[in-house]
Design a protein around this ligand. Structure first.
Ligand code: PXP
Length: 248
């Protein structure tokens, strides 16, 4: 199987902001980080404006929206204050995620089936503002079918279970991602994926069919500590070129 279009890379730069917020310094400069990612071939920049503002700040969203060359993908919870910010600032894409203050990172997908009306309402409002919408969900067929009813054009599959699985559990977790992407595509949804992806587990991720974009953050920023951000993004970009549209 040959991919019709190359797999796109959205680089999540939240953890550049995590370093900055650890000391409340003006550095490292988030815009400079975004420019490095763009120069290295990133197709998009992803940031998560969390309700507790632990890394990305409101001013970052405004500045990046003004200065980025590539599209901005804003990850956010479906809460009225955050939805208002998104509608005002107008990123090209929004990915709605579940959010809990005590979590280290986004630990699971949305319960779309349980909040279908609320998500459909937000999706409609954002799309009326010219923003494309993606719903971050676990590879669960019921959730995918519910997502297709909300009017969101994209889902983002949560790859964390596969990426963090012990060897014995990984094949079953990968099968679930493959089945989920297949079903989503059949329902007319576009499919992104993200969470926990690094060059060591990318081979499995590339078995998932119908992928549009991978959103990758933590491993790229970690690699950047030793090799620099431009090299880290280029390395991931190059490894993703092996995508042939999923399992043969
Ligand atoms: N996609 C979504 C929706 C996320 O919440 C995150 C984590 O912020 C990522 C992708 C990136 O995950 P990681 O930092 O593990 O690469």
């Amino acid at each position: 199987m040959t991919a019709k279009v190359p797999l796109r890379l959205g680089v999540n730069i939240d953890h550049v902001a995590t370093l900055r917020q650890a000391r409340h310094t003006p550095y490292p400069d988030l815009l400079q980080a975004a420019r490095c990612c763009e120069a290295a071939g990133a197709d998009g920049i992803t940031i998560h404006l969390r309700e507790d503002r632990r890394h990305i700040q409101d001013a970052d969203v405004v500045l990046l929206r003004k200065c980025l060359v590539v599209p901005m993908n804003l990850e956010m919870a479906n809460t009225p204050p955050i939805v208002r910010i998104a509608a005002d600032i107008g990123p090209q894409e929004v990915c709605i995620v579940p959010e809990r203050r005590e979590e280290l990172t986004t630990e699971g997908g949305l319960d779309v089936a349980g909040q279908q009306r609320e998500l459909a309402k937000t999706t409609r409002l954002l799309r009326e503002n010219g923003i494309s919408v993606s719903l971050f969900i676990d590879p669960d067929i019921q959730q995918i079918e519910a997502a297709a009813e909300t009017g969101a054009p994209y889902i983002e599959l949560h790859t964390g279970t596969f990426c963090n699985a012990p060897d014995a559990a990984a094949p079953a977790a990968l099968d679930r991602l493959v089945e989920a992407a297949t079903r989503a595509h059949a329902l007319g949804l576009k499919v992104n994926a993200g969470h926990g992806i690094h060059t060591g587990n990318l081979g499995g991720i590339l078995e998932i069919p119908h992928l549009d974009t991978l959103n990758i953050g933590h491993s790229i920023v970690c690699d950047a500590v030793f090799n620099g951000l431009v090299i880290a993004v280029k390395t991931m970009r190059k490894a993703m070129r092996a995508y042939r549209g999923g399992r043969p």
